[in-house]
Design a protein around this ligand. Sequence first.
Ligand SMILES: Nc1nc2c(ncn2[C@@H]2O[C@H](COP(=O)(O)OP(=O)(O)O)[C@@H](O)[C@H]2O)c(=O)[nH]1
Ligand SMILES: [Mg+2]
Length: 338
Amino acid sequence: MIGYPRVGKSTFFSLLTGRPLASHAAAEKGVMAVADARLVVLTDAFHPKRVTPAQIGLVDTPALRPGEGGDESRRFLAEIRQVDALIPVLAGFAQAGGPPPQEAAETILLELAMADLEIVEKRLDRLAKQKRTAADEIERGALERCHLALSEGRTVRSVGLAKDQLAALRSIGLLTLKPVIYVLNLAEEDLDQGATLARGLPEPVLVTSALIEQEIAQLAPAERQAFLETLGFEEDGISRLSRTVYQHLGLASFLTAGEDEVRAWTIEAGLGAKEAAGKIHSDIARGFIRAEVVAYDRFVEDGLSMSVAKEKGHWRLEGKEYPVQDGDMINFRFQAGR
Ligand SMILES: Nc1nc2c(ncn2[C@@H]2O[C@H](COP(=O)(O)OP(=O)(O)O)[C@@H](O)[C@H]2O)c(=O)[nH]1
Ligand SMILES: [Mg+2]
C-alpha cells in the first residue's frame, strides 16, 4: 500500500491484516485473507475442523513524498520494487494529506515512472559499455521500448512487451510494470456519490471509506449484514479489496473440501492440474493420476451433494494438463511413493 501521508494506508492495512493500527517509520508486513464466500457455504456442507482461506502478503509503507528525492525516497522505491502489485490509496476526505485524488494518482504514477526511467537509463548505459550476449540484446531491445514509453509519461505495463522481453526485465523490478489497484478513501457522507467521485481516476479503483470499514469490522457478523444493507452494499469494502487484488495479480483459487479442512489454494489462473496438485504437496504432483473436479457453482446447483453432482454429470475426471479454473472443487487421485 502506497500513498501520501494521512490518506488511510495504515487504517486499511490494519483492517486487511488484523494487525494493530499504528503508524510505522519503516515498511510493515502482514498477511491478509482473501475473502471467499464459497468457503462459508462449503463449511456448511462439510463441517470441517478447519477453514483456510487464500492469503496474500501485504506491506504498509511509510508515506511517499513525490518530488522530494533523496536517500529516504530511494530506499522506499527499492523496497517497493520487490512487491508484485501496488495499491495506491487516494484520499477524498478533507483532513487527508496530499493533493486531491486525481492529482495524487497522476503524481504517484509520475514518481514511479521517473524512478523506472532512472533505472532503465543506468541499465542501458551499462549494456552499451559491455560486450553483449544474445540475452543482453533482448534486454536492450526491451529497455529501449521502456525508455521511449517512460519518457512520454507512459507506463512500462502499457508497452505490451513480449514474453522473452518481460523475462529479461524481471530482475530489475520495474514499478510501472506492476499491476496497480487504486483505493479511493472517501468521507462517510460522500460514499453515496462514490461512482461520480471516482470518475476520471485510473482503473481499477475501489471506492470505500476507511472509517465506515472500521465501524463494520467492529460489528457482530449478524449486525454487519443489516448495516451493509442500510448502506446499499452487498459486501464490505475490505472483502472486495482483498479479492480485487487477488484477481489483478492473476491469481485464482481451487477448493478442497472434506471433514478435516475446507481450503482455498492459490494458483496462477489456468495452471495445469498436475502443477496445481503440487501446491498441496509435491508427492501428489509426482504420483498424479487424475483430478476429480466439480465446479463450485454446479455443486451448489446440485444442493451441495456430491452424489447429485455425479448423477447430473457435473463430476468429471481430468488429466494432468487440464487448466484448473477458479472455483474448481478438486480431489486429486494419486499414487503414493512414486
Ligand atoms: N475523516 C476521515 N478520516 C480518515 C479516513 N481514513 C483515515 N482517516 C484518518 O486519517 C488519519 C491517518 O490515517 P492512517 O491510516 O494512519 O493514514 P496513513 O498515514 O496513510 O497510514 C487517521 O487519523 C485516520 O483516522 C476517512 O475515510 N475519513
Ligand atoms: Mg501509515
